[in-house]
Design a protein around this ligand. Structure first.
Ligand code: LMR
Length: 328
């Protein structure tokens, strides 16, 4: 019954979404997992939809499915290869099964700020990464920013020892698993849509995510507090399948890509503001935020930084060096 009800809900959503597409238009289903308001990815995906549907009316029609209504991140790339969805923007951590080079983004305390992330992505190494999964059928189109990650739990976190023995939800990434094990946390890979319930029911004690996700998913409501560690980055790759991109007439593809590039530039430039507003919204809604002294933060660096050594060979030291250079 539950499955039938879910299927029916999806059908209704799909019908509502498709209603705006006309016969003969190329339909681009864009599936993602966050909310649409006050969220860097949600805002960018909706702006892309709005612009394509206005400027390419009659030719192409984008249908955004937010909030994991169509797929979770662990399903969406397979669905894309099957041709069931044409675009998505999973976090960079979700590409590890396709290419180890993306693990660079999960190395703790590598990027000091989003400007360093941007410089690396726009540089030659980052741009090569867009094409790194072509043999597997996926084509990266653009990097979209979200921000730096914070740590929350059902107890106050000041030092890494405060987290020892707890269970934390993690994205399914070997680097993040190792990062958590380095502070004696038990990592529990789990889909984004399940995290709030798991925190609420005590299935896990804590999690790491950006301010827009801590606010957007209301994690702060079911946690003691969030500690401003800024220990890692959570960004996105807008991705499509090689087959879909190849199927487009060059003029159509170019127009779509021009819009995507303009949306990317506009929304990436605004991400600092969206991040700061989400942080403030956590406070305004009764959430607790704990800031660390330099000494306290250094204890997290000392505990987590050693995991780099486990992944350097797989990622490539040249890639790590390029990422570090972008932040210096
Ligand atoms: C997560 O799984 O925590 C994030 O990747 C969700 C998102 O897309 O921001």
């Amino acid at each position: 019954l539950t499955t039938a009800a879910t299927a029916m809900a999806l059908t209704v959503t799909a019908q509502a979404a498709f209603a705006s597409c006309e016969d003969g238009e190329i339909v681009v289903k864009f599936a993602h997992v966050t909310n649409t308001d006050r969220h860097p990815k949600g805002i960018a995906a909706s702006l892309f939809q709005e612009r394509v549907n206005e400027e390419m009316n009659g030719t192409m029609c984008v249908e955004v499915f937010p909030n994991s209504t169509l797929y979770n991140d662990d399903q969406v790339l397979e669905a894309m290869l099957q041709g069931d969805v044409q675009m998505a923007a999973p976090s960079l951590s979700k590409f590890e099964p396709f290419t180890k080079v993306f693990q660079v983004f999960d190395l703790p305390f590598l990027f000091p700020n989003i400007e360093a992330v941007d410089a690396f992505q726009q540089g030659p190494t980052g741009q090569e990464m867009l094409d790194s999964m072509q043999r597997r059928g996926l084509q990266g189109l653009s990097f979209w920013h979200n921000g730096l990650k914070q740590m929350s739990a059902n107890v106050p976190l000041i030092l890494p020892t405060d987290a020892a023995g707890l269970k934390f939800r993690v994205q399914p990434s070997d680097v993040i698993v190792a990062q958590m094990e380095a502070i004696d946390v038990s990592p529990q890979p789990m889909a984004f849509s399940e995290v709030y319930g798991a925190l609420q029911q005590g299935v896990v004690d804590g999690q790491e995510n950006t301010w827009s996700n801590v606010f957007g998913q209301k994690f702060f409501e079911v946690q003691d507090g969030t500690t401003e560690t800024n220990h890692g980055v959570l960004d996105y790759l807008v991705v499509t399948s090689v087959d879909f991109l190849d199927s487009l007439d060059p003029a159509v593809r170019d127009q779509m890509m021009t819009i995507l590039t303009e949306v990317t530039d506009e929304r990436n430039a605004a991400v600092g503001q969206v991040d700061a507003e989400a942080r403030q919204a956590v406070l305004d809604n009764g959430g607790v935020i704990r800031e660390l002294t330099d000494e306290q933060r250094q204890a997290w660096v000392d505990a987590m930084r050693p995991v780099w050594a486990q992944f350097a060979d797989g990622i490539g030291q040249d890639v790590i060096d390029a990422a570090m250079a972008a932040g210096s």
